[in-house]
Design a protein around this ligand. Structure first.
Ligand code: ADP
Length: 369
């Protein structure tokens, strides 16, 4: 259960047992751009609340309970939402009861449409404030995590890397010796040996991710040709795409007509390779991954779209957090590193689900004038 994101259509839950009045309210709020859900009892309201709402408009008297009780229950279930109570008679007692129940306002029935809309607007403002506060707290938490990771990572990674390199070296010696043995003796020794080698490589990649994190470095921007950049990424990952039997393509002219980007070619390539690798991994056999580019004023908007299952709405924000991963063997650092490189370039990165159902990462980067 949740409130909607601050930019989506605001959702109102109207709880009113008078069917005609409920219809009136529904029509009025529909026209004003709200998405309305109706309920005629406390029980139905609590059921409907499961789907989430931003503001609940609750009648004080309901067939199976008091509106104040319901307001309390709704606030318990969706603390970031707001409740407005509707009452037949305004007394000091009802006002006090409304506040105690956690309602942000109460209205006298029958209320003027303008008054109702104004009250809802104020309630929505309150909901957006809660949302912004939560977002700020989330960012502060991410920044804290980053700082903690940064200070610890470099030393730890070096401490782990040295013995790891020594082990990899000895393993290579061992592999060479095994390959010199008689053919029939090799598999029994080689199979576990290659398994250990692959695990060491994976550990080494994870360490590299950690080191990238701890090693923020200066920014030396130069003009970067968009088309050449995208072409290089597609060429580099062509083999990987074939291996996974996924079609990797560059849409249209690949941004040939655009002015150059302002950035570091190598780091931008790293960004696009990571996004494309994730997209290839997410796509099923026989699927596709498409890179595209369009101009948006002074920005180039590069899209990396895949034919996978997309990123569920509730984790779309979280995928950029360090250590967030849904993969058994993921470090969850890739997208946060990518995000920090993009920010260093004065750009932005966003994920949406494409109409095809797959994920579409949108990378916006400043173009040179
Ligand atoms: P990792 O790949 O180690 O998990 P990332 O930071 O690259 O780390 O990605 C974080 C999470 O974002 C992934 O675990 C996955 O849940 C999600 N994700 C990234 N790219 C895609 C994609 N193209 N389709 C679906 N989910 C994705």
């Amino acid at each position: 259960m949740s409130t909607s994101s601050p930019h989506s259509v605001p959702r109102v839950l109207v709880v009113e047992d008078n069917a005609a009045f409920l219809d009136n309210l529904r029509e009025l709020l529909d026209d004003a751009g709200y998405r309305v859900t109706g309920a005629v009892s406390c029980r139905e309201a609590l059921d409907r609340a499961e789907a989430g709402f931003d503001v609940a408009l609750v009648d004080l008297r309901l067939p199976d309970g008091e509106g104040t009780e319901l307001a309390r229950d709704l606030k318990d279930r969706v603390p970031e939402a707001e409740v407005v109570l509707l009452t037949g008679f305004a007394t000091v007692e009802t006002a006090v009861a409304a506040v105690r129940a956690g309602a942000c306002a109460y209205l006298m029935k029958p209320c003027a449409p303008s008054e109702l809309l104004l009250t809802l607007e104020q309630a929505m403002r309150q909901v957006r404030l809660h949302e912004e506060k939560r977002e700020l707290a989330r960012r502060a938490q991410v920044a804290e995590k980053l700082a903690a990771v940064g200070s610890m990572t470099a030393s730890l990674s070096h401490v782990i890397r040295n013995p790891l390199n020594a082990a990899a070296l000895q393993l290579a010696v061992l592999e060479r010796r095994v390959r010199r043995l008689a053919e029939e003796q090799q598999p029994a020794l080689l199979d576990p040996l290659l398994l250990v080698r692959d695990e060491i490589r994976r550990l080494d990649h994870t360490l590299e991710d950690f080191l990238q994190f701890a090693r923020p470095r200066g920014f030396r921007p130069e003009p970067v040709e968009v088309k050449a950049l995208l072409r290089r990424v597609v060429d580099f990952l062509g083999g990987k795409a074939d291996e996974r039997r996924v079609r990797l393509e560059l849409e249209g002219d690949g941004g040939a007509a655009l002015p150059p980007l302002r950035g570091e070619e190598e780091r931008l390539r790293q960004v696009l390779i990571h996004l494309t690798l994730n997209a290839l991994e997410a796509s099923p056999e026989g699927g596709w991954v498409r890179l595209s580019v369009a101009r948006e004023g002074g920005l180039a908007c590069i899209g990396v779209e895949d034919s996978g299952k997309g990123v569920p709405q509730d984790i779309q924000e979280r995928v950029f957090e360090p250590f967030f991963t849904t993969k058994d063997e993921g470090s969850g650092l890739g997208l946060s590193i990518v995000q920090s490189i993009v920010m260093q370039h004065g750009g932005s990165l966003q994920v949406v689900n494409a109409p095809s159902g797959g994920a579409r990462f949108l990378l916006r980067l400043p173009l040179l004038p």
